[in-house]
Design a protein around this ligand. Sequence first.
Ligand code: GRF
Length: 218
Amino acid sequence: MAHDALKVAVLISGRGSNLQALLDACADPAYPARIVRVISNVAGAFGLERARAAGVETQVIRHKEYDSREAFDAALDQAIRASGADVVCLAGFMRLLTPGFTAAWQGRLVNIHPSLLPSFKGLHTHQRALEAGVKLHGCTVHLVTPDLDGGPILAQAAVPVLPGDDEDSLAARVLEQEHRLYPLALRLLAEGRVRVENGVARIAGLADSGVRLLNPGP
Ligand code: GRF
């Protein structure tokens, strides 16, 4: 591991396709981050197999074995610190974290959410986007604060909502972009380019990509 690479713990609950995208990015020696541990609150999560296949240490911490959210989060905190991680990435981690935990990891706790925040916070984002009739949908990588899905936005990707879309087709289109976006956003953090001012993330050295997305097109 490059001695200056950012050390990352990834928290998962399920299939771990975003974890896979991060593992793949970290396999490039030029990428500025390394995953040091993957922690799941679900023993059978497929993401654990992905981590093992990549040679990354895994750990299961079952929330059901703890009396309170605080006790579970304290166990998480201890495990993450023991791993030596500088940053925590949530990747389909289906537990709400306590304000104490989010405060302890403020600025170093990242999440990916399947909507263009601040629209569609919470669950069932694709179905709600379809019901609202939005023409652009997408995903967001953001820093986590006690405000659910409300922390500073690091990066977003937009996709069109197409005629005939259902929840599954829209989710698949968004997921493809999630896998591009999460490694990109983590890189910004690892390169030390993120500064938060009044709840807004300012990213140093960004150029205009020139990409403009109209749906329906002109
Ligand atoms: C993703 O859609 C992510 O945005 C959301 O949960 C899903 C996790 O999928 N937070 P995966 O486990 O990474 O495949």
